[in-house]
Design a protein around this ligand. Structure first.
Ligand code: 48H
Ligand code: FE2
Length: 254
């Protein structure tokens, strides 16, 4: 076999352009590739929802990669153990009800599940704005390459339409804040202090549609609600991603 560099370039360009064009209109867009976004996207994909995950960084994984203070281990409580099983993430029982897993394995297995479920990944892509038109719903995303922002270049973005948007951007709740900043009827209270028990038990109530077409999951859900943070326990992130997927699927009639 004689290798042709132009063929290699054409393969990459044609395939990725096809993927982008194919997702200019989709059922659901998950913004943020941390644990809640990955779990949500994987479960939406499994339900047959046409779904993309948009991540501004080069790598998927968000705050789960680093475990607790750069020790790459996460803790998951009893209530979420079934999700470790579901995604095939290995764990050890540390004390009754406390399970410890390798954060890198957890990211890899969640990512793998999302890939298997047909989720399209757009990394190095930042959501810089949302589309809200006459119907008052978040109906799409305004996207640009992350390096454009990093370099401070004035390059106009492109847009992707989606029926449901999931803000899985973590502590900053970036998408909800965009809606708030531009005058949408949404208040982002900002996260409160560390209290794992409270943060983990309340996160499912905070995982909801906070503005027409916009759902929040993971740390973004707690940030919008003014709820506590929980440190490196990740059961709530997985359960919240699962809940968001259920709500979006319900909204889409799946
Ligand atoms: C595209 C974006 C944009 C944007 C941000 O922070 P994450 O890991 O989010 P969660 O909520 O799934 O998980 C939170 C968890 O990691 C954590 O921090 C916990 C449990 N903390 C507790 C505590 O006490 O500190 O991931 C969010 C992702 C990141 O990868 C960002 O790069 C990405 O969203 N992102 N992607 N466009 N505008 N903004
Ligand atoms: Fe965090």
């Amino acid at each position: 076999m004689t290798l042709n560099e132009v063929t290699i370039s054409r393969a990459i360009l044609e395939e990725q352009h096809r993927a982008i064009i194919d997702h200019l209109e989709m059922d659901a867009a998950v913004i943020g590739g941390g644990p809640s976004g990955l779990a949500c996207a994987a479960l939406l994909g499994e339900k047959g929802v046409k779904c993309a995950l948009i991540e501004k960084k080069l790598s998927i994984g968000g705050g789960m990669w680093g475990g607790g203070m750069m020790f790459p281990r996460i803790v998951v409580q009893e209530e979420a153990r079934r999700l470790l099983d579901r995604f095939g993430i290995a764990y050890k029982e540390f004390e009754e009800g406390y399970y410890v897993a390798k954060s890198i394995e957890a990211v890899a297995k969640l990512t793998s599940a999302a890939c298997d479920a047909g989720v399209e990944f757009f990394n190095l892509t930042s959501v810089e704005d949302v589309m809200i038109r006459g119907d008052g719903r978040v109906g799409g995303l305004v996207v640009n390459w992350t390096p454009v922002d990093m370099a401070g270049l004035h390059v106009d973005p492109l847009t992707m339409a989606c029926t449901c948007t999931v803000d899985a951007t973590g502590h900053d709740a970036m998408i909800a804040r965009m809606v708030e900043r531009k005058g949408g009827n949404l208040r982002v209270k900002g996260e409160s202090f560390m209290w794992a028990e409270r943060a983990e038990t309340r996160i499912l109530d905070h995982t909801k549609e906070v503005f027409p077409g916009l759902f929040v999951t993971g740390m973004a859900a707690n940030a919008v609600a003014g709820e506590c943070r929980m440190g490196p326990i990740f059961g709530g992130m997985l359960l919240s991603g699962e809940r968001a997927a259920e709500l979006v699927a319900e909204r889409l009639g799946r």
